[in-house]
Design a protein around this ligand. Structure first.
Ligand code: UDP
Length: 330
């Protein structure tokens, strides 16, 4: 089983869940954003998804029968400023991976997609039938791959699942893995930094049409996401065909201000925050119904209350205040 991006945040949690479920995991990661220290559940192959030959050789050597594909650029704001980088990495990179899979005859594919494919929702909670009209380049690149997959499935016998994550958050309950982005852009780790003497949190807009004016998001625990990947892989049997799409969310909308309150509750500290301009590309409200994943995969988010998400993120931060590497050398 090849796990691209397995040194990253969601990929490393999935690698752990896969290895616990008995799969042999090989991580493929260029380590630009991923961390060598997060690869603890199988071999690491350092490589880029743009490298067709390296991918082909790796898939053949390890006799892969499936690929989970996490390697991607993921910052909404950056994707608006630098769409070319996003299209090159997320679209061309993934098509290169699919080509390597076709030539190595690897037919099972679990793809990391995103709620950003929906754009500004016309109806909430969002189900998989909701129209897909991304409002940022990040969402467009993920949707482009979703739209390619049925064609690859028909032509090359691919069997694929796309998992549309809502906001991945929290950290491994055992404290082995956590979130370590550089720069950190996500709300919960930034709020934790602000609570521990770091830069004050900027609240990106409080004039959205929501109850407290700040954006509503659906924070889903990263280990719940990891569990869904194992179930999705197991659903790709000989008889499955084409592409199946699942939302993965907690189903609970939380505002930026509610997240700040949760961080203050869990840490017992004050989050220094100030109002800032809206961030381009941010819809006001995103939250899921994951009924399909429940009905077809038997998946339920069991760790995704806001307090559990924040508590595990806080535990990780307290044990690794400078992330993976600094911890190792301290
Ligand atoms: N957000 C914020 N300040 C920050 C980071 C994020 O107000 O420093 C808001 C952001 O506008 C969005 C929500 O928090 O409404 C979640 O953003 P995040 O970057 O964590 O995830 P995304 O929704 O982009 O995947």
């Amino acid at each position: 089983m090849l796990v691209t991006g397995g040194a990253g945040y969601i990929g490393s949690h999935a690698a752990k869940a896969l290895s616990r479920a008995g799969y042999r995991v090989v991580v493929y990661d260029n380590l630009l954003a991923g961390h060598r220290e997060a690869v603890r559940f199988g071999e690491l192959v350092e490589g880029d998804i743009a490298d067709l030959e390296r991918l082909r050789r790796t898939l053949t050597r390890i006799q892969a029968d499936a690929v989970m594909h996490f390697a991607a650029l993921l910052a909404v704001g950056e994707s608006v400023r630098e769409p070319a980088t996003y299209y090159r990495n997320n679209v061309i990179g993934t098509l290169t991976l699919l080509e390597a899979m076709a030539s190595a005859r690897v037919r099972r594919f679990v793809f990391s997609s995103t709620c950003a494919v929906y754009g500004e929702p016309t109806k909430t909670p969002i189900d998989e039938g909701h129209p897909t009209r991304p409002i940022n380049a990040y969402g467009e690149t993920k949707l482009a791959i979703e739209r390619a997959l049925p064609h690859y499935a028909r032509a090359y016998g691919l069997r694929a699942v796309a998992l549309r994550y809502f906001n991945a958050a929290g950290a491994d309950l055992d404290g082995e893995l956590g979130e370590d982005h550089d720069p950190e852009i996500h709300l919960i780790p930034r709020a934790i930094e602000a609570a521990t003497g770091g830069a004050p949190l900027e609240i990106f807009g409080d004039d959205y049409p929501t109850p407290d004016g700040t954006c509503l998001r659906d924070y889903v625990h990263v280990s719940d996401l990891a569990a869904a990947h194992v179930l999705a892989l197991q659903s790709l049997t000989e008889s499955s065909a084409g592409l199946t799409i699942f939302n993965l969310g907690s189903g609970q909308p939380s505002s930026v201000r509610e997240v700040i309150a949760a961080v203050e509750r869990v840490t017992g500290r004050t989050v220094a925050a100030r109002l800032a301009a809206r961030r381009p590309g941010d819809p006001a409200v995103l939250f899921a119904t994951s009924e399909r994943a429940h009905a077809e995969l038997g998946w339920r988010p069991v760790r995704s209350t806001l307090d559990t998400v924040v508590r595990t993120a806080w535990n990780w931060h307290a044990a690794h205040p400078h992330g993976y590497v600094a911890q190792e050398h301290s």
